[in-house]
Each structure stands twice: as structure tokens, then as C-alpha cells.
Design a protein around this ligand. Structure first.
Ligand SMILES: NC(=O)c1ccc[n+]([C@@H]2O[C@H](COP(=O)([O-])OP(=O)(O)OC[C@H]3O[C@@H](n4cnc5c(N)ncnc54)[C@H](O)[C@@H]3O)[C@@H](O)[C@H]2O)c1
Length: 313
């Protein structure tokens, strides 16, 4: 982490590959200013790119800027960035009230809610406002890149760019080509991600790609373990933290990802691979139906409203 963020301190310094990508890609649009959108904006702005950040409401973008400022503050206190770099990075992030204001973007990264019909509608409305050379990427955790690309006017310039949460900390971005993604788009996307000092792993376009194909069934199984009374929330998380050396227990991690996102990914796996081993646990469905989506709504498998997280069962 430290290396990645430190390296990102000097936006235009360093190897010529970085200069080349900064010449080709200057302004990045981001749609969705939730936990992923703000993390992506954070890293991109610190790397010297201009950001046009869009969400349904301006207050969501204002909140995202507050979160970014706070998270950069943490990096300042660790000596990873300076106060001047925070000010400069936050100054590069502008509110984009609509898709029309993304007309000068060289790349737009969609990071809205994990819902295929919503994403398709966004791409349909976005593309008429973009310049012909603009690339479009989705941060989807699971949905087919080929199908999403088909809702745009530029499937050859469309790619899956799957950042990991929390974006400023995690080293990896998965890149997923749709059936029509051309070589130039892939090469630019790879250079762009590397210019953020992240590593790439290439996945074929199959449901949930690599990371979530493996991670989410593990989380779903942890929810089944709870549902069947094999262990309590605390014992399941403790067992995996201490017994498998996972940095977070699977239920803590589910709350961190967002239970709505976890459920959507399991549904995509279940439907896309037509295998009953991916069926979402009914308890996960119940939490989502209750609106208990994890940390972002302050309640999930833990209740975050007090000083310390308290298990909800
Ligand atoms: N949470 C994770 O750990 C994680 C990790 C990698 C990828 N993702 C993916 O990133 C995407 C966003 O997830 P998140 O965790 O940030 O969710 P989130 O709920 O924190 O944020 C989603 C944001 O999208 C906004 N939004 C919804 N509809 C919109 C529209 N029509 N136009 C503009 N904005 C809109 C919402 O207002 C919200 O601010 C999803 O596709 C998810 O699968 C999530």
C-alpha cells in the first residue's frame, strides 16, 4: 500500500509510459460516488488526472469529497502524501451534474449500484454525449462485460475495470475484455491502471470474473454457516481470522463490501452458471430486504451505530 500511494505522489514524474498515458487520457468521468466511486476518484485524482464525478444527487458527491479528504488525511498522518498533494488532488475533482458535462472525458468509469438494468440505462444515456474516441469502463463486480458493452454505441472501446475495495489500499485491478473490446482499448486501460501504481490481472468474461468467483461463494457459505446455527457471527469471523489467517472474518467482510452487492454477485453467479451451489443464502436475502446492507447503512451482520460493532445475531 505504502509503495503504491507514495509512487502516486508525483503525478507526471517517472517512466515515459506514464507520460504517454497522461497525454492520451486526461479527464476521467466517474458515475456513482459511493464507496467505490469515491475510492476510484481518490486514487485517480492523486495520480494527477482530472475527475468529473457524477451521482444521482449532488449531496452524494459532496459526501464523497468529505470521505476522500478524510482518507487522504489518514495518508498525510502516515507521511504518505503531503497536505499540498491533498489540496491539489481534491481540486481536480469536479461535480458533474449530468452526462452532458462529461463530454470532454477521455475515459468514463461507471461505478453505480450493481444492477444490470440500471447500468444499461446509464450507458444508453451517457454515450450520445461522449466524444467518439472516449473509452467506457465498468467497475461491475460480476455482470457480463459483453452484455454491458452491447448497451453502448462503442463495444470496441468498452472494458471491465474492476477495482478492489478499499481502492486506495488494494493493489489489484481486474481487467475484463468483452467479446468486442479492441486491442488498443485493452492496452490503454492496462497503461492507465499501471499509471495508478496498481497491478492488473486479466480475467475472461465469465460471471463474477476471478476474485469474486472465489470470494463471494466463501462469504455466502459463511452466511449459510450462520443460518444453519453452526456458529455465531463472532465465532465464524474469529474462526476464519485466526484459523485461516484472513485479515477480516467473512461476515465482517460482507458488511464491508455491502450485502446488496454480495447478493447481486451471488445472483449473477447462480443465474449465469446455472449451478445450485451458488444459490444465495436466504438469510443474506433477508438482511438485504430489511435494508441492513452492512457498514454503509450502519447495520448488517454487525450493528455499527455504537462505539464498537455489535453482532446482530
Ligand atoms: N463494494 C465493493 O466491495 C465493491 C468492490 C468492487 C466493485 N464494486 C462494484 O462497484 C459498483 C458500486 O458499488 P459500491 O459499493 O460503490 O456501491 P454504493 O452503494 O456504495 O454506491 C453506488 C452509488 O451509485 C449511485 N447511483 C445509483 N444509480 C445511479 C445513476 N443512475 N447515476 C449515477 N449514480 C447512481 C448511488 O447513488 C450510490 O452513490 C457496483 O457495480 C459494485 O458491484 C463494489
Amino acid at each position: 500500500m505504502d509503495v503504491a500511494v507514495k509512487a502516486a505522489r508525483k503525478p507526471n514524474a517517472g517512466v515515459s509510459a506514464k507520460d504517454t498515458i497522461h497525454a492520451r487520457v486526461k479527464t476521467i468521468g466517474i458515475i456513482g460516488a459511493g464507496q467505490m466511486g469515491n475510492g476510484i476518484a481518490h486514487v485517480i485524482a492523486l495520480s494527477g488526472y482530472d475527475v468529473a464525478l457524477n451521482d444521482l444527487k449532488k449531496e452524494n458527491v459532496d459526501r464523497a469529497l468529505e470521505v476522500m479528504s478524510k482518507n487522504m488525511g489518514r495518508q498525510i498522518s502516515k507521511g504518505m502524501i503531503s497536505e499540498e498533494e491533498r489540496t491539489a488532488a481534491l481540486g481536480r475533482v469536479k461535480y458533474a451534474p449530468d452526462f452532458k458535462s462529461m463530454g470532454d472525458c477521455d475515459l468514463v468509469i461507471e461505478a453505480a449500484t450493481e444492477d444490470e438494468s440500471l447500468k444499461r440505462r446509464i450507458f444508453g444515456e451517457l454515450c450520445p454525449h461522449l466524444k467518439p474516441t472516449a473509452m467506457v469502463a465498468s467497475n461491475t463486480s460480476s455482470i457480463s462485460i459483453t452484455r454491458l458493452a452491447a448497451s453502448t454505441d462503442r463495444p470496441e472501446h468498452f472494458i471491465g475495470m474492476h477495482f478492489m475495495n478499499p481502492v486506495p489500499v488494494m493493489e489489484l485491478v481486474e481487467l475484463i475484455r468483452g467479446i468486442a473490446t479492441d486491442d488498443e482499448t485493452f492496452a490503454i486501460a492496462k497503461s492507465f491502471v499501471e499509471s495508478l501504481d496498481k497491478k492488473t490481472a486479466v480475467s475472461e468474461d465469465f460471471p463474477a470474473f476471478i476474485v469474486n468467483r472465489i470470494l463471494l461463494p466463501m462469504i455466502n457459505e459463511a452466511v449459510y454457516t450462520l443460518y444453519e446455527g453452526v456458529g455465531t457471527v463472532e465465532s465464524i469471523d474469529k474462526a476464519m481470522r485466526l484459523g485461516a489467517h484472513h485479515p477480516m472474518g467473512p461476515l465482517e467482510l460482507a458488511d464491508f463490501i455491502g450485502l446488496d452487492t454480495c447478493l447481486s454477485v451471488m445472483q449473477v453467479l447462480y443465474e449465469g452458471l446455472a449451478d445450485s451451489k451458488y444459490r444465495p443464502c436466504p438469510l443474506l436475502v433477508k438482511y438485504v430486504e430489511a435494508g441492513w446492507l452492512g457498514r454503509k447503512t450502519k447495520r448488517g451482520f454487525y450493528d455499527y451505530r455504537g462505539e464498537k460493532p455489535v453482532p446482530t445475531r
